[in-house]
Design a protein around this ligand. Structure first.
Ligand SMILES: [Zn+2]
Length: 150
């Protein structure tokens, strides 16, 4: 079923965005992990799913969880962040920061909120932003990845 989790509309424009070669702990190859995104024309958002072998996730509005949220950005913080991203885009930007940001922020409606989030484990920490619409977290924008190597 390719339906939106928020409004139940049928999703369109499904595309593969990422494929990762995976290995098990003992080094044997296992099924590739493939990520997809698809568009909800009613909500004007992208949803994502992951398929690995026979395991398939639901279409999620975001892979960020509520307990990973840090704080809601004020209007001023958003302006500062936009400037920072414009600056980054002027430099040699191998991460397509501006393109990713524009796609991300174009999904935000006037009434949506913007939150920072942190995801991490012992080896690295991801800092980014996510849109909050009512009870739903939407999309995500990875801003920084820090290695926790001492
Ligand atoms: Zn929808």
């Amino acid at each position: 079923m390719n339906n939106c989790k928020i409004c139940n509309s049928e999703l369109t424009k499904t595309e593969q965005i990422f494929r990762a070669r995976m290995k098990s702990v003992d080094g044997n190859p296992v099924a590739d992990r493939v990520k997809y995104k698809a568009w909800c024309a009613h909500c004007h958002i992208y949803l994502g799913k992951t398929i690995q072998g026979r395991e398939e996730s639901e279409w999620e509005t975001s892979h960020v969880q509520h307990n990973e949220l840090i704080h809601e950005l004020s209007a001023n913080e958003l302006i500062e962040l936009q400037l920072e991203i414009e600056q980054a885009a002027k430099q040699d930007d191998i991460f397509d920061t501006e393109e990713r940001w524009n796609e991300f922020i174009s999904m935000k409606k006037e009434t949506d909120k913007l939150y920072s989030y942190i995801q991490g484990d012992s080896s690295s920490q991801i800092k980014g932003y996510v849109i909050k619409r009512d009870a739903f977290l939407i999309s995500f924008f990875v801003h920084e990845i820090e290695d926790n190597v001492a």
